[in-house]
Structures are given as C-alpha cells and as structure tokens.
Unconditional design. Structure first.
Length: 91
C-alpha cells in the first residue's frame, strides 16, 4: 500500500516537472522550461489572444502559421488532439 502512495505522488510531480519546448513550440509559448500544466495554460492564452478558437465549435482550434508547425501542418485540430500533438514538442 505504501508503494502505491509513493507512485501516485510521482505521477503528480511528473506534471509539475519542467519540460523544455522545442523551437516550434517556443515560438508560441516562449523558450523557458515550464511544467506541462503551464504549457497548456500558455497555449490557451495564445489561442484566445489570437482568436484561434473556432466560432461555431469551441472545441476546435484553428492554426495560424506558428501553430500549424506545432500541429504537424494541420489547419484545424480538436483541443484533445492539440494536447497530444503538443506533447511531441517537449523534452
């Protein structure tokens, strides 16, 4: 039982461990190493600031030139697909 608690603590701290964005992601959120949770927050700030959320379907993100690189060339992705694609740009 103690081992289960220990691993649960590590899983939570994995999200808080700073990750380094690659050049494509750094163009959107900056080049400082930040926790994964902060990467997502910064992405949403960028998306809202640049009005990239689809007007009809708020779950869809329309990519501008910077995000298109992060999204693997896709013009539009769902918010759930976005997190998967962004994960490939972190070390």
């Amino acid at each position: 039982m103690a081992a289960a608690k220990k691993s649960a603590g590590k899983a939570g701290s994995a999200f808080m461990k700073p990750v380094q964005p690659d050049a494509a992601l750094a163009a959107v959120i900056g080049d400082k190493a930040v926790p994964r949770t902060e990467v997502t927050k910064k992405l949403w700030v960028y998306i809202k600031k640049n009005a990239l959320q689809d007007a009809k379907n708020k779950r869809m993100i329309n990519a501008d030139e910077k995000l298109k690189v992060v999204f693997g060339g896709k013009k539009q992705v769902s918010m759930f697909e976005m997190t998967k694609l962004v994960g490939k740009h972190m070390k």
